[in-house]
Design a protein around this ligand. Structure first.
Ligand code: 5GP
Length: 178
């Protein structure tokens, strides 16, 4: 499958993603017993995940979005920008479930967590569908991870390559034979 100038091969299919999201929802439901947390979805990539994950959870919750970016096409720039965020969201004494599509270097979260902490939440739980453990070198734990993957670029299920690929139902990996 081709997007722009790159070839991708199917890597995690829709059924496997959906089965794992149900499990992630069960873990969150257990952790959030008797709580009404707030899901905070980091756009753009996590918009598909958050829609599925909130419906895999058996509790009522608030939902809000922030938009951060650090990637330029295939690589992390190391500089994180907040395009819009937390101005009108009350997080005081709230249990936050932070939703990331993928954690790679962890720079995005390292930039963003202090922004959340100054809002005095009761707790912050980080959930990410994908984690690249070979690249991730930060100290803070990613509490709930869908799949650990190698250090290869992926698209689909919300993730893009230079703007395209987000609507794919499966996750596709860059085919480096090309
Ligand atoms: P980090 O700041 O942890 O290095 O990267 C987090 C962000 O980089 C993700 O939210 C995502 O936007 C982007 N990213 C990291 N790895 C990939 C990847 O393999 N594919 C795509 N499409 N985006 C990625």
């Amino acid at each position: 499958m081709q997007i722009h100038d790159k070839q991708f091969k199917r890597y995690i299919d829709e059924a496997k993603i959906q089965a794992r999201i149900l499990e992630m929802g069960q873990v969150l439901t257990e952790r959030m017993k008797n709580k009404n947390p707030i899901f905070l979805s980091i756009l753009n990539g996590s918009f598909v995940l958050v829609a599925d994950l909130v419906r895999a959870c058996d509790f009522d919750a608030e939902l809000s979005f922030v938009r951060l970016s650090s990637y330029d096409k295939l690589t992390s720039t190391g500089r994180v920008k907040m395009h819009y965020g937390l101005d009108d969201v009350d997080l005081e004494n709230k249990d936050i479930i932070l939703i990331e599509d993928i954690v790679d270097t962890g720079n995005t979260l390292e930039f963003f967590l202090p922004e959340l902490q100054i809002k005095n939440p009761s707790s912050i739980t980080i959930a990410s569908l994908l984690l690249k453990p070979e690249v991730y070198q930060k100290k803070f734990p990613i509490d709930i991870v869908g799949f650990e993957i190698p250090n290869k670029f992926v698209v689909g299920y919300g993730l893009d390559y230079d703007g395209l690929g987000r609507t794919l139902r499966d996750i596709w990996q860059l085919d480096e034979k090309e």
